[in-house]
Design a binder for this molecule. Structure first.
Ligand SMILES: C[S@@+](CC[C@H](N)C(=O)[O-])C[C@H]1O[C@@H](n2cnc3c(N)ncnc32)[C@H](O)[C@@H]1O
Length: 206
């Protein structure tokens, strides 16, 4: 276990996590890439401006599959000191980096956790206003339906989730049929086509 890294599960969970990590389609950047190059890859990315409209000061946000945390820090600024950002990733290295940066920059509202998106047990049910899952599902070799179930579990009935596919097959794991199935389980508020590769969704309330 990396020193100072908050993580879920025991030894068995860590071994599973390592196997899963080796199969993520984004593993080179998330495990080895120098983090300072990350903002270059994010140039022109419109994810935040799409979801920004729904974010308010004091909101609780979960940045799931946060990578080096480029968006976590922007989200932490947007929700302010009364808000909170959970930065979650399977890769211990990126979580350790975020924890260091958060400490240095006095971002007391960031809680960085090494965990699979398929098991977010440390986040209470229906407690999160905004979920930001930019390029997450397409990077997950396994357990995508469990991750979607966790997104539904932690999202508030009034909340919104931003889901996007950074890559589609053969580079990413989610094809058009699966993307359709995922979105069918939500109320699609914006975006949603496979061509767009992003959607803002809310819970379907019965
Ligand atoms: C394409 S990157 C996106 C990074 C970040 N969201 C961004 O937009 O800059 C995908 C991230 O998802 C993470 N990831 C893959 N599988 C995961 C899982 N099962 N649980 C949590 N994170 C996962 C990878 O480690 C990687 O950092």
């Amino acid at each position: 276990m990396g020193k100072g890294i908050a993580r879920s599960g025991g030894k068995k969970a860590s071994a599973q996590g390592r196997t899963e990590l080796s199969r993520t389609s984004h593993w080179i950047l998330s495990r080895r890439g120098p983090y300072f190059l990350d903002p270059i890859f994010r140039l022109g990315d419109r994810s935040l401006s799409r979801i920004g409209h729904y974010i308010e000061q004091g909101h609780k946000v979960a940045d799931i599959g946060c990578g080096w945390g480029h968006f976590s820090f922007a989200l932490a600024g947007a929700v302010g000191p009364e808000g909170k950002v959970y930065s979650v990733d399977l890769a211990p290295k990126v979580i350790a980096k975020i924890q260091k940066r958060a400490q240095r920059g006095h971002y007391l509202n960031i809680e960085a956790r090494q965990s699979s998106a398929a098991d977010l047990g440390f986040i209470p049910d229906r407690s999160v206003d905004i979920i930001f899952a930019n390029g997450l599902l397409c990077s997950m070799a396994v357990d995508r339906s469990a991750a979607v179930a966790e997104i539904k579990r932690i999202l508030k009935p009034t909340g919104h989730a931003y889901l996007s596919l950074g890559a589609t097959p053969p580079w990413g794991y989610v094809d058009e049929a699966e993307w359709g199935q995922i979105l069918e389980g939500f109320l699609v508020v914006d975006g949603g086509t496979f061509k767009e590769k992003w959607a803002i969704v809310a819970l379907k309330l019965v």
